[in-house]
Write a protein that binds this ligand. Sequence first.
Ligand code: HEM
Length: 420
Amino acid sequence: MDAAAQRYGDIFNAPVIGNYPVVLFISNPQALQHIFTSDTKQFITPPNQLMQPLVGDDSVFLLEGFRHRRERKLLMPPFHGEQMQTHGRLICELVDKAMSSLPIGTPFSARRLAQDISLEVLLKVVFGIEREDRFNHLKSLLVNFTDSLQSPFIGGLFFFPSLQNDWGSRSPWGYFRHLQRQISELVYAEIRNRRNQNHAGLDILSLLISARDETGQPMTDAQLHDELFTLLFAGQETTASAIAWGLYAIHRHLDVRQKLLVELNHLGVAPEPTTIVQLPYLTAVCHETLRLFPIVVATSPREVKEPVELMGYQLEPGTRLYGCIYLTHQRPDLYPEPNLFKPERFLERTFSPYEFFPFGGGARRCLGEALAQFEMKLVLATILSRYRLAIADRLPEYPQRRGVTFAPARGVQMVLEEKL
Ligand code: HEM
């Protein structure tokens, strides 16, 4: 991407996804503004086919038009007011639970730790799964499932649908499908179980079960399954990697760590989660982490609906457009010395949603943005103020593709030095 941007600039054709002759990657803020604000007029938000093998046809990633809009409303995690305090306290408790199992001085993967925490948050807060046995089984399958995506033999196949052949669980795609089927069985069991219970909770599964469409019909089990799978996948893989990158950046830049500690110490003993998440320097650190290490490097596709001019080019219907998050976040005119980790840039100026957009934008903007940022800030703040960690070795981390997201290749190896 760097080489293409250097050679061709803010807009270039790279027909690398699907069978489309023109696939444009765009990193120009004015063009991105045009796309995100005309999402449903001049452009359509077609199904994100890359996600199909992961989440199924009834996932919000694959829906269009009215059903897409309706399902987005339902899936938006209810995150406000009192609930926020309760969820916040739960997240801090989950951090302590995960950290208490770590022995002092033994290297561990920060990504694995963060994955543990974010899975528990999703299963408890969003799905309301309480039973320990079901919870643990689903959790371990999901970890294997997302880990399998790091294998180039599986992760790479997403871009080549004709090679996605299930030749039994010993073949790469067969193994992926085998894990997926096992998770599906548990998700279906959870749906049946909830349907049989007569009380509705505040979690998304309960909301989806009680939802009715315009003709008064409830969602089918298959529809519920695909949406649950979507949230499980989209929610934990991404947030876990963001937290791991945050821990990496903070502990590679000890001045940043020090400033964060000063800010956190000012809050006194046992601050409320909703106070923690408003801290300006903590927010800047999280933004700079998501800028420098975007988990998703390009948005879902948009498609030109009627002839339109963009950046001086006449685009024909059917042209595919991707907002390029990675390249926009690397623009030196917006972010001088873009490869350096400098949280201060987010204190010195405000970036528009077309200059900084780790969660995409427009009609397909990430549904879990509020949850992800809330969790990221609370996990980092709780770890920093209660534990002393260090990076285990001096080797740098590089981003590596895991299916459709990017994560630190070595998982960020750290050691726990002290419990404070
Ligand atoms: C740091 C964490 C996360 C990052 C960086 C991230 C990033 C993104 C991006 C870039 C998109 C595509 C937006 C576009 O096309 O314009 C997206 C879509 C989506 N995300 Fe996230 N995400 C994160 C966490 C979450 C969480 C926690 C959830 C759910 C609990 C979630 C659920 C979704 C869903 C359902 C969509 C599809 C929306 C649609 O197509 O209408 N994400 N995310």
